[in-house]
Write a protein that binds this ligand. Sequence first.
Ligand code: 13P
Length: 264
Amino acid sequence: MSRKPIIAGNWKMNLLQSEAKALFDGIKDFAKGFSESQLPGIVIAPTFTSLSAVASEKCNCGAGCDKIAIAAQNCHWKSSGAYTGEVSVEMVKDAGCDYVIIGHSERRQYFSETDEMINLKAKSILAGGLIPIICCGETLEQRESGITDSHIASQIKAALDGISSEDVAKSVIAYEPIWAIGTGKTCDANEANRVIAMIRNVVKEVAGVSAADSIRILYGGSVKPSTIEEQMSKSDIDGALVGGASLTAESFNEIIANTMKVSV
Ligand code: 13P
C-alpha cells in the first residue's frame, strides 16, 4: 500500500521566536509553489516558546503551505496539575500543534524518559486528538553487541502497549540510531530499511496487518539533502525526522524537493 511520506524537522533547542518565524516562512514560501498532493507531509517541531509564533505564520491560501503541520518536541501525559515546568497535550494543541514528538533519545538520555512514560504520553496524545511521533533507536554499543533488533522491538512494544489498532495506524514512528544523530554518520539506507521493516513487523504483531500497513515509519540521523533520495527509494522508509539539516530553509527545502523526486 502507498503511504504518504512525512518530512519532519526537529529544531531541538534552537532559534528564538523571530528566527523560528523566519525559518518557517522560508519553508512556507517553498511549499506555496505546490499543491498538497504534490508535497510530502511536512511537520515542523519548534521549541515550546516558538509554537504559537510559528503557528500564527500558517496561512489559508489553499496551496501546499496550508498543510504544514506543527509538532511539539515533548509533552506531559497528565492534563493539568502541579507539574512545574511541564506542558500538557491540551496546551500544545492550543498552541497550534497537530503532532508531538515523544521518546527522543535526547529525552531518554538526558531527562530519564522511560518506556512507560512514553506509553503514557502516546495514549494521552492520541486521546487529545493529536498524533505521536514515537522515537526509538539503539546506541552504538547495543548495535555492536548485536541487540539492535531486540532493543528496538521492546521499545516499540512498550510504547504501543494498550493502544487500539486504529490509533496505532495513525501514529508515526521514527527510527533514529543514536550513533547517527548529529554525527554526520548516516545509517546505510539498506540497513535503515531493514530495521524499519522489522519495526513494521512488530507493529503487525501487536496491532495487526492494517495498522502495520498504514503507520508511517521515518528514519532520522544525519539526514541531508544528499542522503534522502536513496533513503526514500527504500520499500519501508516513509520519510525522515531531520535535525541539523532542518535549521536552514535551503537544506530543509532541498530535502523536501529530493523526496518529491522519488516518492509522493
Ligand atoms: P540530526 O539530523 O542532526 O542527526 O538529528 C536527528 C534527530 O535527532 C532528529 O530528531
